[in-house]
Design a protein around this ligand. Structure first.
Ligand code: GAR
Length: 228
């Protein structure tokens, strides 16, 4: 049997929860839903750090209101020069290390990660995407779903690799697409499922139900995705 390692590195518990950093670029509704679930449901994971690459992201205000430590890691240096992707990620790495983070949770973080980040954190970064991957990857999932005339969409929690929404899928949830949907109405329906699914999948990870093998990711010893 192929060797298996825990994705989270240890079995966490409500008393010793997995320390997560949420990375976001925008509104942060997913981060807020996650933090609220962690606080009300006594989960085995906790958000101890929120990082935004955008200084005007509303997610920062939500983090402030929730009293979660939050920082901006922007794309300019002190002299106003644009940082390279690698320089930016070295700054991210320093924040993650300073806060003793165990899992990176992307929630509307609209940047691809480079080998700098993946080399250090490979297997410990998850993302949520607002479509049923592998269909409709990228930054305009809802627009692409509506243009395709499909009647089914949803969201996907997946491992992060160097590709655009290409990592191993852990779980998916579905929603109907209606003929009169707009991007806004579809996004709102998908977000209801996102906000339910992400805390659940993070609990699987934190409690050791997700393992990494040389052949890929397993959930409860079987090949995901699980449709929830
Ligand atoms: C969410 O729908 C998330 O799935 C999506 O951005 C939105 C962020 O909303 N992510 C992507 O499209 C990543 N490719 P939020 O800032 O309100 O949580």
């Amino acid at each position: 049997m192929a060797p298996q390692t825990l994705l989270c590195g240890r079995i966490a518990s409500p008393e010793a929860p997995l320390r997560c950093a949420v990375l976001l670029s925008g509104s942060g509704s997913g981060m807020e839903a996650l933090v609220r679930a962690q606080r009300t449901d006594r989960l085995s994971h906790v958000t101890t750090l929120v990082i935004s690459n955008q200084s005007d992201a509303y997610g920062l205000e939500r983090a402030r209101q929730l009293n979660v430590h939050h920082v901006v890691v922007g794309h300019l240096d002190d002299g106003g020069q644009r940082l390279s992707r690698e320089e930016h990620e070295h700054r991210l790495l320093a924040e993650l290390e300073a806060h003793d983070i165990e899992l990176i949770v992307l929630a509307g973080y609209m940047r691809l990660l480079s080998p700098v980040m993946l080399g250090r954190w490979s297997g410990r970064i998850v993302n949520i995407h607002p479509s049923l991957l592998p269909n409709f990857p990228g930054a305009h999932a809802h627009r692409d779903v509506l243009a395709s005339k499909t009647q089914l969409s949803g969201c996907t929690v997946h491992m992060v690799d160097e590709g655009m929404d290409t990592g191993a899928v852990l779980a998916q949830a579905t929603v109907p697409v209606f003929h009169d949907d707009t991007e806004a109405s579809l996004s709102a329906r998908v977000k209801i499922e996102e906000h339910r699914l992400y805390p659940q999948v993070l609990s699987w990870i934190a409690t050791g139900r997700v393992t990494l093998t040389p052949n890929g990711v397993l959930l409860d010893g079987a090949t995901p995705p699980r449709v929830c």
